[in-house]
Design a protein around this ligand. Structure first.
Ligand code: GDG
Length: 471
């Protein structure tokens, strides 16, 4: 059986345990089988980029990490990955900055990853690269002579060709993607958009079955949405609700309904619009004054990128404004915290909530939507208000779907959720829970890895492709 090598920017090494906000780590940690090797950045910045990985093993998983030079890291991470690609892939051209120096830094780090990783690879390894930080890694590994099957998964959305084409190096990145044997995306829409971009910008032939051909190379696009271990999360929520934090929260609510949101503090998550929506709700539905409390956990993230610091200031201002206008001497309508909450505690809080607010302006998938549904008590479930522009909305149609750009629509959805009769809440929750349980972290993982093994075998043994059957 082939062994797996996962490559991602950050590696949740045994040392970096604790409260971690970030979807990728959550999914991969739940699903990585023993024998897996996980390769990436150590989290340390040093004078020079190291090409000698440090390896630590824990519970059968080997973690191999390298340090990155300060200057390389800045250009690669805060620069091209999060200052160029992240805004672009979330449809935020106005926030996108581009510089050739940062692109060069991004390519240099990808080359450094390839140089450090290539000597660790054994012939039976399947390599699975994750996310927009590492688009060129497959091509860099091939340049180092690596023949192993290499797959790539994009956790964030892809954009229409007319948007992606704005990027000065669009054609180059699309050509580099061709080095992968298999490319996974979160939704069918993202697959269509990437296929169109490859055809229009890189001159590729894109077939209905997902095969893409260009310059004598073939890759394959699939929609393979990420999932969570819903059963484990529900158990965590059930246990946590008896714990001291949930008890304290419940006591502090004094009978008020809890509305909850939990996101990385990121402009893609639509937090200012959400705060405005809640402010509008308080204005338009005064009958709910003193009867609700909205808790927003927004863990600080990417503080080294200027737009994130600006967002934090904006949210501080909006939160102060909403509370200043609406609070009473014994009621704070919005509780806003930027410190992370442990995962189990968060699970308990989700279960206590009557309404979950998940309103990103764009999101590849959004795991909080799934976690909120998994955490609910089936006999008295809360209601999910979900953005139409989260990948999760493709399968979670029974949520109250909103356009997150419209604060009035958010306000109306909160009012509808609070007024929803029990039977209707149960009906919607049952359908949503089925959808969430239908795709687990493990099934997401297996689907990709099985297909990667199969696709790569067809590449090595072309007669199998012609025969159209497995060996
Ligand atoms: C990327 C894509 C895609 C949040 N606050 C705390 C905390 N969290 C946890 C949540 C959830 C995770 O972080 C966030 O996952 P998301 O999916 O919402 O978002 P991204 O980090 O942007 O992830 C996204 C994902 O990759 C997977 O493919 O869904 O679209 O952008 O698990 O619960 N966890 C803890 N404390 C917090 O305060 N412990």
């Amino acid at each position: 059986l082939a062994r797996l090598v996962i490559v991602s920017n950050r590696v949740p090494t045994p040392r970096s345990r604790g409260a971690q906000a970030g979807g990728l780590a959550v999914v991969l940690k739940e699903a990585a089988p023993p024998g897996t090797m996980w390769f990436g950045w150590s989290g340390s910045q040093t004078a020079r980029t190291s090409t000698e990985p440090r390896v630590a093993t824990s519970q059968g998983v080997a973690y191999a990490t390298i340090d990155l030079a300060r200057d390389d890291f800045r250009k690669y991470y805060a620069g091209f990955a999060n200052g160029t690609l992240w805004p672009l892939l979330h449809f935020r051209l106005g926030l996108m900055a581009f510089s050739r120096a940062e692109l060069d830094g991004y390519v240099a780090v990808n080359r450094g990853f390839a140089t450090a990783l290539a000597p660790l690879l054994e012939p039976d390894h399947l390599v699975w690269v994750h996310d927009y930080h590492l688009i060129p890694l497959g091509a860099e590994l091939r340049a180092q002579g690596v023949r192993n099957p290499i797959g790539f998964f994009l956790h964030v959305p892809f954009v229409p060709a007319s948007v992606f084409g704005v990027l000065p190096c669009a054609a180059r990145l699309l050509r580099e993607l061709m080095a992968y044997d298999l490319i996974g995306l979160q939704t069918r829409q993202h697959v269509r958009d990437l296929g169109n971009a490859m055809a229009e910008i890189a001159g590729a032939s894109v077939h209905d079955d997902g095969r893409v051909e260009a310059a004598g190379m073939t890759t394959r696009l699939i929609a393979n949405p990420v999932g969570i271990d819903a059963v484990a999360f529900r158990r965590q929520a059930e246990a946590a609700i008896e714990g001291p934090e949930s008890t304290r929260l419940l006591e502090s609510l004094a009978g008020r309904s809890l509305i909850i949101g939990a996101d990385r503090l990121d402009y893609s998550k639509g937090l200012p619009h959400r705060f405005q929506g809640y402010g509008r709700f308080l204005q338009r539905y005064p009958e709910h004054h003193l009867k609700v409390s909205y808790l927003q956990v927004a863990t600080v993230s990417r503080d080294e990128v200027p737009q994130y610091r600006a967002l934090r200031r904006e949210l501080d201002r909006l939160a102060g404004d909403i509370n200043g206008r609406n609070a009473e001497f014994d009621w704070v309508p919005l509780r806003y915290m930027t410190r992370p909450v442990p995962r189990a505690t968060l699970a308990g809080f989700f279960r206590l909530a009557r309404v979950g607010l998940v309103t990103p302006l764009r999101d590849g998938m959004n795991l909080v939507a799934k976690e909120f549904i998994a955490a609910q008590a089936e006999d008295d479930p809360g209601v999910l208000v979900l953005s139409r522009f989260a990948g999760a909305a493709e399968t979670m149609r029974e949520a109250l779907l909103v356009n997150p750009h419209d604060p009035d629509e958010i306000a109306e959805a909160i009012a509808e959720a609070l007024a929803m009769p029990l039977a209707e809440r149960r009906r919607r929750h049952r359908v949503l829970l089925d959808a969430v349980q239908g795709v687990t972290a493990r099934s997401y993982f297996r689907t990709f890895v099985d297909l990667l093994g199969e696709t790569a075998r067809r590449r090595v043994e072309p007669h199998l492709a012609q025969a159209g059957r497995r060996p």
